[in-house]
Design a protein around this ligand. Structure first.
Ligand SMILES: [Zn+2]
Length: 256
């Protein structure tokens, strides 16, 4: 990867949505609260002077027209995922004029079901992932097997990593063991922080609303870290699954 590469365009590609218990984004409600919220899903495509970079790959086809996938499991009633044909990776990339083999690098933020479902389409592409997320490939409770593909060309990093002058991976564990966020300097918009799931919503990022995490204390440290980076770089901030923000963001073919 050329250290001086320029990020010409950052595209947001809508990749389906979820309906989840509001408790997950606001644990003050209590685990018994039945309220559900809309949870938009995006993948992010970078058009750079060094080729295409894809950040996350959305849902696997086990969810295709199958929102009741988790019925009969401990997740029943807590999470419904809505995916149709246009949210499959080949279709998402085709809609932007590309094929999976055009992608030069995949950045995998973590192996949750709504972030790594299309990894299987990148068997010959380097996939950047944090060292502490790798053990989750063997964790059957973590996400469906289809979202934990082992035989990929993983490029393992451990902690913050300056991929090039304009792209920095920020280690933000807590939501998951090896979660990472991304800071990107785009030619048009300047600095953009993709929080991914270290800040699912604006309320979490700006108002410290307590949310569900596997390791809440570590997640809080990670949140402080990205808040400081956003402030330092005066970055435009995108939250992982914010229903209100999703209605206002520019999506493909518009770009940042
Ligand atoms: Zn997640």
């Amino acid at each position: 990867m050329n250290k001086q590469l320029i990020v010409n365009k950052l595209y947001l590609l809508p990749a389906g949505h979820g309906m989840v218990r509001e408790y997950f984004i606001n644990t003050d409600l209590g685990a018994d609260n039945p309220s559900m919220v809309h949870s938009p899903l995006f993948i992010y495509l970078l058009d750079t002077t060094d080729g295409l970079i894809l950040i996350d790959t959305g849902l696997d086809e086990v969810f295709l027209n199958n929102p009741n996938y988790y019925d009969g499991t401990p997740m029943e009633g807590l999470l419904y995922l809505y995916m149709n044909e246009e949210h499959r990776i080949p279709h998402l990339l085709k809609s932007a004029g590309y094929r999976p083999e055009d992608v030069k690098l995949v950045i995998s933020t973590h192996f949750h079901c709504d972030h790594s479902g299309g990894h299987k389409y990148f068997k010959h592409t380097p996939v950047l992932v944090q060292k502490n997320e790798l053990p989750m490939l063997d964790n059957e409770d973590y996400s469906p097997a289809e979202c934990r593909i082992k035989d990929l060309n993983y490029q393992v990093i451990d902690g913050d990593y300056q991929l090039c002058d304009n792209i920095r991976l920020i280690y933000t564990p807590g939501h998951s063991p090896g979660h990472q966020s991304i800071l990107i300097n785009t030619a048009d918009t300047g600095y953009i922080l993709l929080c991914i799931d270290v800040a699912l919503t604006e309320g979490i990022f700006k108002h410290q609303v307590p949310y569900f995490a596997v390791d809440p204390e570590t997640a809080a440290v990670s949140l402080s870290k990205v808040q400081a980076i956003a402030e330092q770089y005066k970055a435009t901030v995108f939250y992982g699954h914010d229903a209100r923000q999703a209605e206002t963001v520019k999506v493909y073919p518009e770009f940042y």
